[in-house]
Ligand binder design. Sequence first.
Ligand SMILES: NC(=O)c1ccc[n+]([C@@H]2O[C@H](COP(=O)([O-])OP(=O)(O)OC[C@H]3O[C@@H](n4cnc5c(N)ncnc54)[C@H](OP(=O)(O)O)[C@@H]3O)[C@@H](O)[C@H]2O)c1
Length: 221
Amino acid sequence: MEKGLVIGASGGVGAALAEALEAQGTDVVRLSRSSHGLDLRDADSIERVMGQVQGPFEAVLIATGLLAPPGEGPEKALATIDARSMAEVIQVNAIGPSLLLRHAPRLLPRGRRSVLGVLSARVGSIGDNRLGGWHSYRASKAALNQIVRGAAIELARTHREAVVAALHPGTVATPFTSAYEPPRGKLSPDEAARRLLAVLTRLTPAETGRFWDHEGREVPW
Ligand SMILES: NC(=O)c1ccc[n+]([C@@H]2O[C@H](COP(=O)([O-])OP(=O)(O)OC[C@H]3O[C@@H](n4cnc5c(N)ncnc54)[C@H](OP(=O)(O)O)[C@@H]3O)[C@@H](O)[C@H]2O)c1
């Protein structure tokens, strides 16, 4: 039986990804801050929890993320950028996942196919930024994307069958988007998870280190 690891399995998309993997017959290890004390703002907690995880896993999914610190919202204008808030968003969305990725070489199998999907966001695309605003969140996801790209390059040297992908899940109905009513509606977490797993299933090792949306379309960096 294949093994899967979902980090951020307490979240809307993370929980749906874990369920979708299980529905495919994958044996899933779920990790989260709320269940395991894995706090992406605390490097020691990351090392403590990740050090206990035994791989290898055919699928590793990082589904953590923060739009803005609790009680705050993403910036609408440059004037509202706050150093402490920005640092927290970058810590959770870019630095924390980087510390998780330190463990990727050990967690992925060598010599056979594996996927490592990291939840990013289309608004982290610099080329696609037409509206401005959301400065901290956008910057944090742009930084995350660069780390994912670097991880893919490094892993390809030792894990030739690995597929590493930054993923945009769509606008999904989770606590993350509870304050927003987009004109085109939201995907259910189950539908988003189904689509993301379908994208990962189709990708080949030759396509590692790129940024894809839930419909399998490449997103510009
Ligand atoms: N929903 C959308 O429309 C949408 C759109 C684009 C991109 N995304 C991305 O998709 C990913 C998942 O989003 P979601 O909608 O599932 O969000 P969600 O339901 O709010 O879940 C967020 C997850 O992140 C975890 N998390 C937050 N702060 C953390 C911290 N300091 N340390 C460890 N874990 C932390 C939460 O853990 P606990 O609950 O255990 O604290 C939870 O598992 C995020 O990366 C988000 O940026 C979402």
